[in-house]
Design a protein around this ligand. Structure first.
Ligand SMILES: Nc1ncnc2c1ncn2[C@@H]1O[C@H](COP(=O)(O)OP(=O)(O)OP(=O)(O)O)[C@@H](O)[C@H]1O
Ligand SMILES: [Mg+2]
Length: 315
């Protein structure tokens, strides 16, 4: 799991080649398929598709951005300067809808397309940017910016930077420093603001400067029951677990009940459910020590879910 204040390093892929100094003649021809293959963006887009269930509109937007940057690179080879596109973004959605996961992939993609030098992701919240005392905020924010340069700065629950009820709140200072850096398109940094849609909307209403610097607003919808199930299966598959046939309806029922309970956090709740099922599975096996086979070690039974509070407690 990605903790706030943490940095995710991506595999160091070679950064995109800088365009040659001498522009191609107007009549030259460039093979786009080869450009695309050389940039290795497809492997990132494929990983995005394979690792994340659903999110079709999000994936489409990411593909569009990849296309833009790829075409921009080819244009640059002809000496056509279109300027760096603004790629600061806002990811809105409930907890566990995949915002951080997509941001990690985005960072990797932007790096492969030569938009950012390093392609890492630095994830922060208000506390990482804003100090408690006068004079503490600017150095904190600048330090975070320094760490994030060449990558993506992901600010979770960005609206906490702004406190309408307190105009002398230090958060304002952090916002102003961020605005300057976001304006300066020469810095190779992409800022992603994340959080709930309604709170983000009111944050933008009070901070029009921030709003105008965000080029892409991407909404992450809550997952449908079928998607939650597919996410669960994907996670179990990756971890070497399967559901016994009779566990399948139990797992679906589990998800349905969990969805209706407080603090449901989409895919994050699915992940937690599977972790607890693993725990019960291990305890179940050890309750009757003896020989086990591969099937026993990998198969989750109804009881591994049925003893959850989701089933035993009234809501
Ligand atoms: N569409 C998806 N398919 C598969 N796994 C997913 C999907 N979306 C999220 N996950 C998984 O769910 C967990 C939470 O996702 P992530 O941290 O990206 O969500 P988030 O929107 O950033 O949530 P939060 O606001 O709680 O930080 C991660 O383990 C992630 O891999
Ligand atoms: Mg997150």
């Amino acid at each position: 799991m990605l903790r706030n204040g943490s940095t995710v390093d991506v595999q160091e892929a070679p950064a995109a080649e800088p365009p040659p100094a001498e522009p191609l003649p107007a009549g030259a021809r460039v093979d786009l398929a080869k450009e695309r293959a050389d940039s290795q963006v497809d492997s990132v887009l494929e990983a995005l598709d394979a690792e994340l269930v659903g999110l079709a509109p999000v994936k489409t937007r990411i593909r569009e951005i990849a296309a833009l940057l790829l075409v921009d690179r080819v244009r640059a080879r002809f000496g056509i300067d279109s300027g760096r596109p603004n790629l600061h973004m806002c990811f809105t959605g409930s907890p566990g809808t995949g915002k951080t996961s997509v941001a990690v992939r985005l960072a990797e993609l932007l790096h492969r397309l030569g938009y950012i030098r390093r392609g890492h992701l630095v994830s922060v919240t208000r506390d990482d940017l804003v100090g408690q005392y006068v004079g503490h905020t600017a150095p904190k924010t600048k330090e975070v910016l320094k760490r994030a340069m060449g990558g993506v700065l992901f600010i979770d629950e960005a609206y906490y930077l702004y406190r309408a009820e307190n105009e002398r709140d230090y958060g304002q200072e952090a916002i102003e420093i961020l605005l300057q850096v976001m304006e300066n398109q020469r810095d190779d940094l992409v800022v992603v603001l994340a959080g709930y849609k309604d709170r983000m909307d009111s944050f933008f209403a009070s901070n029009p400067g921030m709003s105008s610097r965000i080029a892409h607003h991407i909404d992450f919808p809550d997952y449908e029951p079928g998607e939650l199930e597919a996410i669960g299966r994907l996670m179990m598959d990756r971890e070497g677990y399967t559901l016994a046939l009779e566990t399948e309806p139990v797992f679906r029922e589990y998800l349905e009940r969990r969805r209706a309970r407080p603090r449901f956090a989409n895919a994050r709740s699915v992940r937690n459910a599977i972790e607890r099922a693993r725990l019960r599975h291990a305890n179940r096996l050890l309750a009757h020590p003896g020989e086990v086979d591969r099937e026993a070690l990998t198969t989750l039974h109804p009881d591994d879910f049925l003893t959850s509070r989701v089933f035993t407690e009234a809501t």
